[in-house]
Design a protein around this ligand. Sequence first.
Ligand SMILES: NC(=O)c1ccc[n+]([C@@H]2O[C@H](COP(=O)([O-])OP(=O)(O)OC[C@H]3O[C@@H](n4cnc5c(N)ncnc54)[C@H](O)[C@@H]3O)[C@@H](O)[C@H]2O)c1
Length: 400
Amino acid sequence: MGPGREIVFRGVGGNYGDITVSIFISFPPTCDAWRAGEDGGAGGLAVDTIRVGFIGTGRISDLHAIEYRDNPHARIVALCDRNVELAQARARAWGLGDVAITADYRELVALDTVDLVEVLLPHHLHLEAALAALAAGKAVSVQKPMCTTLADADRLIDAAGQAGRPLRVFENFVFYPPVAKAKSLVDEGAIGEPLTIRVKSNPGRSETAWEVPASARAWRQDTGKNGGGPLVFDDGHHKFALVRHFMGPAEEVHAWISHTTAPGGFVFDAPAMISFRFPGHRYGNLEIVYSPELDVVTDHYAQDDRVEITGTQGVIRINRGHGQLGCEVVPVQLFRDGMLTDYTDMETGWETSFVHATRHGIEALRNGRQPRLSGPDGREILRFALAAGESARTGAAVRL
Ligand SMILES: NC(=O)c1ccc[n+]([C@@H]2O[C@H](COP(=O)([O-])OP(=O)(O)OC[C@H]3O[C@@H](n4cnc5c(N)ncnc54)[C@H](O)[C@@H]3O)[C@@H](O)[C@H]2O)c1
């Protein structure tokens, strides 16, 4: 056994029963360390129905609510937003008759009726709310990015370990059905050995996009609250997570990041070009470009996302994400052996990424497993995103 430490977890009674579990955590923290929960320890909740409380009922909470409302093993029991009228409006819209509503997250985490807390706040508030929930004995799912600095991410991971409660970083893109299809094809060897990955984020405009309140835009323009730019750091989390999902950890990152002001004054950190190198002479890039007069087909954000992975024998393309360019987009295409194969038999609405991510979380917690992303995995994605910002500032490549 390598270096590490023994941690003793004590159950908090109630739904979990009074239990004492002792495990050995090896350093540095790895995914395997967090799979210690597979035996029903810190990774899981020994309950049949998970009772969840949301902290933050802003724009994205609508997509979190879908699966919690539909899943027979979950129930939304509490909502918190400093704008309490908004929380009340969400409760009505989601058909929640019996739900506690508060403007103070400390009241929500103190509720005995809550097993799991979803932290859906602006980024600078993730840490304090998640720490409060863990200290109150709750399991925590925190929206991406888990924190705005690595030091804060370490505090959060450590607090989850000390509390012996599950911590999950909610990253939905890896659960998006076209991504899941492409990943299973890559894992089956459909393109041979993956050599390179190209990801493109392309915000534009859309008449069908959902409404994003001014307040949700405002904190994203404040680096002290967002932690970085809205496209490279914030939305970029999804793209860095996808890159890691398909190619494994990167070794080196280089970035150019410019700025463009959109109508209405919102400043995008685009165009941006971020390159990465993986072990074994494998490479990738993330291209982010805002096209003010590009009409995107979407029900959500006015943005299209595309991915292309090239291997020794073939190429896979994921042709849509938040939205799509045109109405008849084939979600996944594989080219190999001189033939192009279209894959269309899958859900494609972007909201399905939330549904599957939430379902995975419920199942993992009920079965005593660590949901993806684990805290240490979320920290690695954060490190990747921060390295891109650092490279753009210094003009030098950053080794990870
Ligand atoms: N996974 C994705 O694709 C995706 C997409 C959008 C947003 N997000 C993430 O979701 C989180 C929330 O984003 P959003 O777009 O919903 O933002 P938002 O601004 O719409 O919602 C945040 C909510 O938090 C509330 N709030 C702020 N401070 C509070 C406090 N101290 N106590 C209680 N409530 C408080 C606000 O009133 C607001 O309703 C962020 O982490 C963001 O990165 C993820």
